[in-house]
Design a protein. Structure first.
Lengths: 142, 587
């Protein structure tokens, strides 16, 4: 079965940012947090709670629908897959995402798209992030 | 600098508003963190001027491997301490190390005094001295919010910035004023807050967003994973996350090493009411971590405060730790968790080092009781356990309300020398004692430690683990641990992780990011830094043999029995021979 990332228990979050570090390192070969596709942030400084901004793995992805070059296609289980070669860096996918989970890499001029690879969940020390099994979605929109 | 063969230093001249960036290859010999900070202090401090002269430098430095390996989360600050008059060295976690790395600086050297009361904004593109006169006088929490709002409006998102700031104690140059880092962490000891206050700097924000490529992903991530695993799946770090450092209250109390009532006693009858489990049951609402630490040892306690009649309440949350429970609890006879959190909140908002503040209040309480001073000086009556009056005294201490509180603001040593009661003024070489009366290790360890902190050489830990007291073994241990920590503080690791980062692990980590070091190199680096610190101390006029220890240390039996004054001084003499020899060595 396909899996998608879910950040269901953010009440447990310590704010250690390990998920962001390992995401950047594994997916973008970079130490910088800006390269991470998952973002942990506060809602008003350190005294407020931590929230996550990450791809929700939409079955009907709005980011994909606005892509003018079909660089984004449906991922099995939800979310999208980016074809770097087809992407022209127009940024239309960014505002299309209602939860603002599409980040942009200024160095490569391409969006940073969560692959639901599960690295962040594997290194979350407090089990805030989990990989959940889901029904596979047919790829007919493609 | 990560991926480079040089150390990148930002020099900020507040007097002339000038910036300069240096790429220093020569500093690589000192690895990073405390090593490079010591050298930069040595190059920049002025032995002919007092600690708070505008020319004196304040240095911040991050370690080799900072943030990119688990638990290498701290930043070191070095300065001339207004409390001891010599080497100032303090550590803080939070987000500062990560943001400095992402801003592209290994070290920042701040000199001069800003023309107006200001905040310093450091980014990967610029550093600006910004007029912040309106913030002068504001408590620490509020300053953080204002700086945060401003930084946010400039489009710099949360999570990638760090904000450090001082309270009124720092503004008023109280010699043990602290600097708050990202709400919950502090450069606590030795008065960095006064140094920033004397430079007209209320806050510093650091924001970094640059890209930082991983050079050898396979090697790096292998080393990373091994360390991460040790931190999260072994019991090496478990206690720090569980009940946290307050877990030490009960064992230390039982063993008779918990300083209480201005060290009139070394155990506290109500210890079980203020132990780790009591805080966890009554007040603990949250745990958080420094950036890059999967452990999460920061324990946040909440208490309810009635701010007005008619059932008017607010909830206040503050971080708590063992040392604060000792200083603002047992040391001044405060025996319930809410009261301790109340006092922690006071020192937080005014920006005082909680440890020095509590120990200082211990002396005031006893000096008042013994008639060295009267309520004319103290304004409020102070008796062990009186929380409301202690809260008032903390305010007076921070504001320097009268001459007595101004004197107190110069530290316990200074105040006791002026008003009397030096034999029970519980400081060691000018730094107020830590929460351990465990034996010669804790006492002599702090006396000979470079910054007179229990963490210089961990002597208190020797007291707790040794089977039979051996003077020479203690001396060797203190000496070896001192240079070992000079090396580990060049990474700058959180000391809680010292078991995780054994020599082999350190070499694996550093060599995975481009260093080519051997075990022997690490020893040399440690000794080289230790030597540089001793040189700085000597030039600052510190004389180890002139340190006088308060009599109380030898009257109240410690965890390992009553300490003998002559023995303590003999150990210091012997130890000094070793450091004198180190000063002659060539590396």
């Amino acid at each position: 079965m396909a899996k998608v990332l879910r950040s269901k228990e953010m009440n447990k979050c310590l704010g250690c940012f390990t998920c962001m570090s390992v995401c950047s390192v594994i997916n973008e070969k970079d130490h910088s947090l800006i390269k991470s596709s998952i973002k942990i942030r506060t809602t008003g400084g350190m005294t407020s709670r931590f929230i996550s901004v990450v791809c929700l793995g939409c079955v009907e992805p709005a980011c994909m629908e606005v892509c003018p070059t079909n660089a984004l296609t449906k991922r099995k289980g939800g979310g999208v897959v980016l074809n770097q070669k087809k992407c022209i860096g127009c940024r239309l996918c960014q505002p299309a995402c209602i939860v603002r989970a599409v980040n942009f890499d200024e160095d490569t001029a391409k969006p940073i798209i969560c692959r639901h690879c599960g690295t962040c969940a594997r290194f979350c020390p407090h089990d805030c992030l989990q990989m959940i099994e889901v029904e596979e979605v047919s790829d007919d929109v493609k | 600098m990560l991926n480079e063969k040089f150390i990148r230093v930002l020099n900020v001249d507040l007097e002339n508003g000038k910036l300069e960036i240096e790429e220093r290859e020569d500093l690589m010999l000192y690895l990073g963190g405390v090593g490079i900070a010591t050298k930069l202090l040595q190059e920049n401090y002025r032995s002919d001027l007092p600690p708070l002269a505008p020319e004196q430098p304040v240095i911040f430095a991050i370690g080799a491997g900072a943030y990119i390996f688990p638990v290498l989360t701290k930043t070191v600050a070095m300065f001339v301490s207004p409390l001891t008059g010599e080497l100032g060295e303090s550590y803080a976690g939070g987000r500062l190390a990560m943001t400095l790395l992402m801003a592209g600086f290994d070290a920042i050297v701040i000199t001069g005094k800003a023309k107006k009361q200001s905040f310093l904004s450091i980014t990967d593109h610029n550093a600006e001295i910004i007029d912040a006169r309106a913030m002068w006088g504001l408590p620490i929490g509020e300053v953080g919010r204002h700086v945060r709002d401003r930084v946010m409006h400039e489009g710099r998102s949360a999570g990638k910035r760090s904000i450090i700031r001082i309270g009124q104690a720092g503004e008023n140059e109280v010699a043990f004023a602290c600097v708050c880092v990202d709400s919950y962490r502090h450069f606590g000891r030795l008065g960095l807050g006064a140094c920033l206050g004397s430079k007209n700097i209320k806050a510093i924000s650091v924001f970094g967003n640059r890209s930082l490529p991983v050079m050898n992903q396979k090697k790096y991530f292998k080393a990373y994973q091994q360390i991460y695993k040790k931190c999260t799946t072994t019991d090496m770090m478990a206690k720090y996350h569980d009940a946290g450092t307050p877990i030490n209250v009960l064992p230390l109390n039982k063993a008779g090493g918990l300083p209480s009532y201005n060290l009139q006693a070394a155990s506290f009858e109500a210890a079980d009411k203020i132990c780790g489990d009591s805080f966890a049951e009554k007040n603990l609402v949250r745990k958080v971590a420094c950036t890059g630490c999967p452990v999460g040892c920061i324990h946040i306690g909440m208490y309810r405060r009635e701010f007005d009649k008619g059932h008017e309440y607010e909830a206040i949350s503050v971080p708590y730790d063992y040392e604060l429970i000792f200083a603002l609890g047992t040391f001044i006879g405060v025996d319930d968790t809410d009261s301790i959190l109340t006092l922690i909140n006071e020192v937080e908002e005014y920006g005082l080092d909680a440890m020095s503040a509590g120990v200082c209040l211990g002396w005031v309480t006893e000096a008042l009781d013994k008639g060295f001073i009267t309520t004319e000086e103290t304004i409020v009556d102070l008796k062990f356990g009186q929380v409301e009056n202690y809260a008032e005294a903390i305010k007076h201490m921070s504001l320097g309300t009268n001459q007595f509180y101004k004197d107190l603001g110069k530290g316990t040593r200074y105040a006791a020398a002026k008003y009397g009661g030096e034999e029970f003024a519980m400081q060691i070489a000018g730094n107020e004692m830590a929460g351990y009366h465990t034996g010669y290790g804790s006492l002599v360890g702090s006396a000979v430690g470079v910054r007179h902190s229990h963490l210089d050489n961990g002597g208190y830990s020797y007291d707790q683990s040794m089977k039979e007291f051996d003077e020479d073994k203690l001396i060797d241990m203190l000496y070896e641990e001192e240079y070992e920590r000079c090396m580990t503080n060049s990474l700058v690791m959180c000391l809680f992780a010292r078991k995780v980062y054994d020599r082999e692990t350190i070499l694996d980590a550093l060599n995975a990011i481009g260093w080519e070091l051997t075990d022997e190199d690490l020893t040399k680096i440690g000794k080289r830094i230790f030597q540089a610190k001793l040189q700085v101390k000597k030039a600052m006029g510190f004389n180890q043999k002139a340190v006088k220890l308060p009599k109380r240390f030898f009257e109240t039996p410690s965890m390992t029995g009553k300490l003998d004054e002559e023995t303590a001084y003999r150990i210091i003499q012997k130890y000094t021979k070793k450091t004198d020899a180190l000063l002659e060595e060539i590396f």
